[in-house]
Design a protein around this ligand. Structure first.
Ligand code: ZN
Length: 150
């Protein structure tokens, strides 16, 4: 299986079976994001512990496979993490999708998933710059939800 096929399968899997989609009963913060270019919508809800780490996360929405799979993969990646760890992951994801940089200083294309897990499947989206906004939507929405708690 080629790397591109592998990436595609991971994206389709998360799109068809999105993780952490159940709404939270006691969310401490929430935010909604929209990408008008594509019609993508994402809602992020968080339950935070006293030290600010993410105890529980809900992400749901509608839109293209890139935006919705990114939301699902992000939720798996940040769940249970501290604020510092989340910042680190957000920074790495941003660098991976940044066309001004070389993503190979963040992830290792020889070992897919070894740094950021499933979400490295979105690496291939770099070839379609207009879709990067789709991939980024859940992340900017997460950042907004976290900012509201500060
Ligand atoms: Zn989209």
């Amino acid at each position: 299986m080629s790397l591109e096929d592998l990436y595609r399968e991971v994206i389709i899997d998360h799109y068809r079976s999105p993780r952490n989609r159940e709404p939270l009963k006691h969310a401490d913060t929430r935010a909604e994001g929209v990408n008008p270019l594509c019609g993508d919508e994402v809602t992020v809800e968080l339950e935070l512990s006293e030290d600010g780490s993410i105890d529980a996360i809900s992400v749901r929405g509608q839109g293209c496979s890139i935006s919705q799979s990114s939301a699902s993969m992000m939720s798996e990646l940040v769940k249970g993490k501290s604020r510092d760890e989340i910042e680190e992951v957000v920074e790495k994801f941003r660098a991976m999708m940044d066309l001004d940089g070389d993503a190979t200083d963040v992830i290792d294309p020889e070992k897919p998933g070894s740094v950021l897990g499933d979400i490295e499947a979105l690496y291939g989206v770099r070839k379609f710059p207009v879709r990067i906004k789709c991939a980024n939507l859940p992340w900017t929405t997460l950042a907004e939800a976290l900012e509201r708690t500060n």
